[in-house]
Design a binder for this molecule. Structure first.
Ligand code: FAD
Ligand code: NAD
Ligand code: FES
Length: 295
């Protein structure tokens, strides 16, 4: 059993957890993830290690309540336990001195991009961060990105904060203004990562994305996370999760992620109806239910 040391909501149903896990805290590198199981009946879900504290022996994860398991996790508070946490998994991010780098985080993708932004800065890069969300309330880690970046741009879809538009609009604007960018890391919804790849490809800007397929074991054994990169099958959990954006087949990734949509919907509806009273009485009031994925 692994103890939850600290929790806080960063945005509606986006919650930060510090979980006691000293071995993982001591080994993890930027870009790696863990697979957790809330209880013995729980499904296994992958979550990026946003940070770690070797002295406290903790790893930080930031979770968007999107379906049954993530909403169930977001009900947990400091002092509660989860059954399993396995990691660090996946290959660490490739950190080099590229020159001028743009780190692009779409929604909760900002939490996944953050640890790599820290390492890119430490490696001597000039870091431009572009972080976006649907509205002001959903912008996360702006302060942390400011601390690790030379320039930060915020976009919101509804214009309630920062530039009105998508993160990709800001990227296009910078490139059109003649900003020289040597490397792009983009993490967020699949349509966003696909669009970033389309924007940077004509300019030959090396671009890396972090893929988010459905995962089961996270160790290359089940094949659940397979994706197509450079016309070859890869297992994202062991070959990635980061890949050359110009070689990823985003259509296949989208189709595979939709494979269990009806089962996921049923599972979430059952979870919500089982906890209806708690939601109504405000016991789980921070876990707002209205944040629907767009695809
Ligand atoms: P499910 O029941 O599996 O899904 C609920 C609904 O959400 C689905 O019906 C679908 O409409 C939508 N949905 C779920 N996954 C996707 C997707 N990938 N693309 C589009 N729509 C989707 N999430 C975080 O919040 N924080 C992280 O740090 C994080 N890191 C990840 C790292 C890796 C390597 C991977 C592969 C994924 C990561 N995720 C992260 C995503 C997270 O694992 C999923 O959101 C989680 O497994 C969903 O489980 P669930 O049971 O709550 O929802
Ligand atoms: P969201 O749908 O609110 O989008 C966040 C931002 O991404 C938007 O504000 C916009 O700037 C940009 N964006 C969205 N759609 C776009 C498009 N079609 N073209 C260009 N830019 C676009 O995101 P959310 O609800 O916070 O969810 C985050 C997403 O990240 C989820 O879809 C989740 O599946 C995905 N995710 C990815 C990873 C990963 O490793 N890549 C991990 C966890 C979650
Ligand atoms: Fe099973 Fe990657 S999750 S092979």
């Amino acid at each position: 059993m692994f103890k939850i040391i600290h929790t806080e909501f960063l945005a509606p149903d986006v919650k930060l957890f510090r979980i006691h896990s000293p071995k993982i805290a001591g080994k993890r590198k930027a870009g790696q993830f863990v697979i957790i199981r809330i209880d013995e009946h729980g499904e296994r879900i992958p979550l990026t290690i946003a940070d770690s504290d070797v002295n406290e022996g903790s790893v930080t994860i930031i979770v968007q309540g999107i379906g049954k398991t993530t909403k169930q996790l977001n009900k947990k508070k400091a002092g509660d336990y989860i059954t399993d946490i396995v990691g660090p998994l996946g290959k660490p991010s490739e950190i080099e001195k590229f020159g001028i780098v743009a780190v692009i985080g779409g929604g909760v993708g900002t939490a996944i991009a953050y640890p790599t932004a820290v390492e890119l800065k430490k490696a001597g890069n000039h870091v431009i961060s572009i972080i976006g969300a649907r509205n002001k309330e959903l912008v996360i880690l702006e302060k942390e990105m400011n601390e690790t970046s030379d320039e930060v741009f915020v976009t919101t879809d509804d214009g309630s904060y920062g530039m009105h538009g998508f993160v990709t609009d800001k990227l296009s604007q910078l490139i059109n203004e003649g900003k020289k960018i040597d490397f792009v890391l983009a993490i967020g919804p699949i349509p966003m990562m696909k669009r970033v790849a389309e924007i940077t490809k004509p300019y030959g800007i090396k671009t890396v994305v972090s893929l988010n397929p459905i995962m089961v074991d996270g160790t290359g054994m089940c094949g659940g996370c397979r994706a197509t990169v450079d016309d070859k099958t890869v297992f994202v959990c062991v070959d990635g999760p980061e890949f050359d954006a110009h070689k990823v087949d985003f259509e296949i990734l989208t189709l595979r992620n939709r494979a269990y949509l009806s089962q996921e919907k049923t599972s979430l509806e059952k979870f919500i109806s089982n906890h209806e009273e708690a939601f109504k009485s405000g016991l789980i009031e921070e876990c707002k239910l209205g944040h629907e994925p767009r695809y």
